[in-house]
Write a protein that binds this ligand. Structure first.
Ligand code: F6P
Length: 548
């Protein structure tokens, strides 16, 4: 039975008419409803009462999850079934943070044992680098790290790096060390990443699952040249290591295979931050203990996903509401709004996790879908976002939003004479914005405030704009892991409900192929004065301009 034929799907489609007649400002006055729309797990509280949803909506969404067999899909994933059918792969990023005692068997191998073997290797390696036991070519300690990688081999590690940079415990552990990222195949990014670094004290970690990604390969060669120029060719073994599944190409590049940290085809790029992809650079920067905390936080959310009943399950609720907003309410975008500067890279990371996973046109069995999947993700930390795009969110388009806040700041600050602490000032905004979106402001309210008649239409807020409010204790390694897993799982839940494959990414291939053709042309034109040929008229004209 196709998805749209499921009874709950049909009922939800019908229910949208009903829900259009409600307004959040009324729904929010029902204390019983509000109390029923809160769920929590291990210090993470989700208030979803500001969703345009009634208890009936939630009931129907949960029915849809059951009719779609969501729990069976989650179980199949956790049991290492090859649910990524277009690549014939299991999807086991939860094994990356599984407890040592757990067993997850795949093709006769225990994946958890494999994971802990690599973690042990990373622990020993990172301790040698951090203590200075491992010395560079000139005998100096390697205090700086440049992590070269793109997409899933960059965004997750940078998100976690930023999240922990101002956490007191992590910052203490990182004292005297620097971590830089180099992702874009843009010489400007190379300059920025290497600015102020000395090859003699720098370790380069090349991170690429395939080790064939054009951007990463060229950047790795460029940085190798930077190292070799100052330290000589023999320095490569001491200054370059890799994280990859492709040992053959790593060896061909000249990196000593003893210094390669492996992972497996059952780790999707965008789900790989808990593998060596993230653990190597992050353990080098913050020490292995911090990263163990990060993995423990993710594990806590994994267990919650797999064991909590659907109606109390945070990623399930968030995923179902995502489908409700995107498919049934027709909202193409959604915003991630952390009220915490350290989460400035959350939105860029989740952009990849979510959009590369769920931006699909066909069902898992290859049928063109009668509905759109995926959401356009964007976001900025509050309050910066308030002074940027919130105008549109309040009075323009409806953008379902996630507000993420913390009881305690990583950096407490209070000024004498100020009515509240700096963190309370931030959080005042955090609590105000979801209500402003939900309740809005009517003409009558404007009039009662004495606003001039001609300005009233401009000052009305229609309200009825949905949001989630997530409140956590504080941002540290553990809660960063929880947040990461929460958002990974939310995406996966949506993918299962939509009936798509959230684990492949064929949509990135076409552009790569065309770039290859352009690269060949550029090379031939530059070196042999070859004429531009084989492109459409528009591209031909622009290439001629570029080459002239
Ligand atoms: O953007 C496409 C993609 O394949 C992502 O899925 C992946 O995270 C990224 O490229 C980097 O790939 P690799 O780790 O193999 O260099």
């Amino acid at each position: 039975m196709s998805m749209t034929q499921k009874p709950a799907w049909k009922a939800l489609a019908q229910h949208t008419g009903e829900i259009k007649r409600t307004h959040l400002s009324e729904l929010m006055l029902d204390a019983k409803r509000c109390a029923s729309m809160v769920a929590s797990h291990d210090g993470v509280v989700l208030d979803y009462s500001r969703q345009i949803a009634t208890p009936k909506t939630i009931k129907l969404l949960l029915a849809l999850a059951k009719q779609v067999g969501l729990q069976n899909s989650l179980k199949a994933m956790a049991a290492a079934k090859k649910i990524n059918t277009t690549e014939d792969r299991a999807v086991l990023h939860i094994a990356l943070r599984a407890d040592k005692k757990q067993r997850i068997m795949l093709d006769g191998e225990d994946t958890v044992a494999q994971v802990h073997q690599v973690l042990k290797q990373i622990k020993a390696f990172s301790e040698r680098i951090r203590s200075g036991a491992w010395k560079g070519a000139t005998g100096k300690k390697l205090t700086d790290v440049v992590a070269i990688g793109i997409g899933g081999s960059y965004l997750g590690p940078e998100f976690v790096y930023e999240a922990l940079r101002t956490d007191p415990a992590a910052a203490k552990a990182a004292k005297g060390r620097r971590l830089r990222f180099l992702a874009n195949v843009d010489p400007i990014d190379v300059t920025r990443a290497l600015d102020g670094l000395d090859p003699a004290t720098t370790l380069v970690v090349v991170i690429s699952k395939t080790f064939t990604t054009a951007e990463t390969t060229l950047n790795a060669k460029t940085v190798r040249q930077w190292l070799v120029k100052k330290l000589g060719a023999d320095a490569v073994a001491k200054h370059m290591v890799a994280v990859s599944t492709n040992l053959k190409d790593v060896a061909a590049f000249g990196i000593d295979l003893k210094n390669v940290f492996g992972f497996w085809d059952w780790v999707g790029g965008r789900y790989s931050v808990c593998s060596a992809v993230g653990v190597v650079p992050l353990a080098l920067q913050y020490g292995f203990e911090q990263i163990e905390q990060f993995l423990a936080g993710a594990r806590s959310m994994d267990q919650h996903l797999l064991t909590a009943p659907l109606e109390k399950n945070l990623p399930v609720i968030m995923g179902l509401l995502g489908v409700w907003n995107a498919t049934f309410q027709g909202h193409a975008t959604r915003a991630l709004l952390p009220y915490c500067q350290a989460l400035l890279k959350l939105a860029p990371h989740i952009q990849q996790v979510d959009m590369e996973s769920n931006g699909k046109r066909v069902s898992i069995d290859g049928k063109v879908l009668p509905y759109e999947t995926g959401e356009i993700n964007f976001g900025e930390p509050g309050t910066n976002g308030q002074h940027s795009f919130y105008q549109l969110v309040h009075q323009g388009r409806v953008v379902p939003s996630d507000f993420i806040g913390f009881k305690y700041s990583q950096q407490a600050q209070s000024l004498k004479g100020e009515p509240v602490s700096n963190h309370d000032e931030l959080m005042a905004n955090f609590f105000a914005q979801p209500d402003a979106l939900a309740f809005g402001k009517t003409e009558e309210q404007c009039r009662a405030e004495g606003i001039a008649e001609k300005l009233i239409p401009h000052k009305v807020f229609a309200g009825n704009r949905p949001s989630n409010v997530l409140l956590l204790e504080t941002l540290n390694a553990y809660s960063t892991g929880q947040l990461l897993a929460l958002y990974e799982h939310r995406t996966i839940v949506q993918g299962f409900i939509w009936g798509i494959n959230s684990f492949d990414q064929w949509g990135v291939e076409l552009g790569k192929v065309l770039a290859k053709q352009v690269r060949t042309q550029l090379s031939a034109s530059r070196t042999k004065k070859a004429k531009v040929a084989g492109f459409n008229p528009a591209t031909t004209a622009m290439l001629k301009r570029y080459l002239a």
